[in-house]
Design a protein around this ligand. Structure first.
Ligand code: SAM
Length: 452
């Protein structure tokens, strides 16, 4: 790229940053200063704020790449696992809680934090400095720290704390085996491939089996792994309920579905159905999963029920999604965070069993991240130039989750093309992608003989 081209690109990026920053400020002003309990659900951004944010983040990232020394930039990416481990340590030892009453002008000394979190001051200040440079904490004077607007969200927030830890414990160990797994895949079928997780832990079962296993406790008794609670709280209470659910429940015309039946396939405790049931009073639900999980689902619905009317709209059916689907001709079959846990062949088996059960007008909604590539897709909104079509840096979370799913399950997030090829193999077609204001979108599939 010539100097003139680089300069033109940088000026375009600065214009994008400036325009999107004004859009963000305008949205902040519309929202006003109404207090929002940060320990609860992150606020779903307006469509304008969602768009302005991703343009701003994408443009800042691309601008940074442009002006940075390439050697330093790549070295920083190569060593960024230290950032991940620093945050893991902060979450694990509850540093944000230790700072919750800190005076923002004075902060708390590293010696005092050390007493509360159990890490020697020398190492602790390295962790806190690393995270202060990333704006997650702030160093107000040498070796005195306080929370920032970012770390404040972690105070007394067990679901978020666990959600962060899920991203840097077993997943971190598994990621270390990714090269070994990838270098051995050429010419081999994806089914039956040993995942990076299985390689790292020398384990033949699935991640879920490993987490649910009983182990010998420090006192010699047998009990659940300590990781179980972290996964359940992080994934279910934060990940599924807060990160994934709200946009999917609001950015599809559920109101128009009326009193039709939604079959929640591999529903877990039925979190997706539960969210929909509380928002849309006419929808009917069938919650399906393995029998052992359905027992937890019944407990969850009984303990969280806002009113008896919701309970009357849900039925619980044991169902192995690799076998014949028992509910025939349902209006909607929903698969939330199922497909990304499986390799292509297994996904095709799941979809085929639904295809056989579908009526002519039945719909499948796959609720998963839809990967946008830098080259773009006719089904997805592209970013404004000169950003790559997928908004570049603003797509980082999706790329990381793709690698995470691959490392842990041999699964992964899929592009629209990826969903289309699964659909074709199962006798279906992708009819629309509903882009949602969040990590998860909805890919709609119908029978391949469906006439519009
Ligand atoms: C990542 S969880 C997603 C749960 C739920 N769809 C949600 O979004 O909250 C994957 C679910 O698939 C279920 N599952 C795994 N294998 C299954 C099978 N063969 N048949 C039915 N469900 C299965 C698990 O029990 C688990 O509840």
């Amino acid at each position: 790229m010539s100097i003139a081209e680089k300069a033109a690109q940088l000026r375009s990026l600065v214009r994008l940053i400036s325009d999107s920053a004004e859009a963000v400020i305008a949205e902040w002003e519309t929202e006003g200063d109404t207090p929002h309990d940060v320990s609860l659900v992150p606020r779903l951004p307006s469509k304008e704020l969602f768009e302005a944010r991703r343009v701003f983040i994408g443009a800042c990232g691309m601008g940074m790449d442009l002006v940075h020394d390439p050697f330093v930039r790549m070295t920083e990416v190569a060593a960024s696992f230290y950032n991940s481990q620093a945050l893991r340590i902060a979450a694990e030892t509850r540093i944000a809680d230790a700072l919750k009453d800190a005076n923002p002008q004075k902060g708390v000394s590293v010696q005092e934090i050390s007493r509360q979190v159990g890490i020697a001051p020398e190492g602790l200040s390295k962790i806190l400095r690393t995270l202060s440079s990333l704006h997650i904490f702030a160093e107000v004077e040498e070796n005195f720290y306080c929370n920032t607007n970012t770390s404040r969200h972690l105070v007394n927030n067990e679901p978020l704390r666990c959600w962060l830890m899920v991203h840097c414990m077993e997943t971190f160990t598994a990621a270390g085996k990714l090269p070994q797994v990838l270098y051995n895949t050429v010419g081999k079928p994806s089914t039956g491939l040993r995942s990076a997780f299985q390689t790292a832990y020398d384990y033949t079962g699935s991640v879920w089996e490993w987490i649910e296993e009983s182990i010998v406790q420090p006192d010699g008794t047998v009990g659940p792994r300590p990781e179980l609670d972290i996964w359940l709280t992080g994934m279910w209470k934060f990940g599924l309920e807060h990160v994934q659910a709200p946009a999917v429940c609001l950015d599809f015309p559920w109101e128009a579905v009326g009193s039709k039946t939604v079959v929640d396939v591999g529903a877990g405790v039925g979190g997706m159905s539960f969210e929909l049931a509380t928002r849309y009073p006419k929808l009917q639900f069938v919650v399906q999963d393995r029998p052992v999980i359905l027992e937890k689902a019944k407990e969850f619905w009984t303990s969280s029920l806002p009113d008896a009317g919701v309970k009357n709209r849900v039925r619980f059916h044991p169902q192995n999604f690799f076998e014949e689907q028992s509910v025939k001709g349902a209006d909607i079959y929903i698969l939330r965070h199922i497909m990304h846990d499986w390799a292509d062949d297994e996904c095709v088996t799941i979809l085929k069993s639904l295809r056989e059960a579908m009526g002519p007008e039945s719909l499948i909604l796959v609720a998963d991240n839809v990967m946008q590539t830098t080259a773009g897709s006719p089904h997805l909104k592209p970013a404004p130039a000169p950003l790559p079509a997928n908004y570049g840096f603003a797509h980082t979370f999706a790329n990381m989750h793709d690698l995470l799913m691959f490392s842990m399950f041999n699964g992964g997030e899929r592009t629209v093309g990826g969903f289309e090829s699964l659909a074709v193999r199962a006798g279906l077609k992708v009819t629309r992608v509903w882009e949602c204001r969040g990590f998860t979108s909805l890919t709609e599939m119908k029978r391949d003989d469906h006439v519009a």
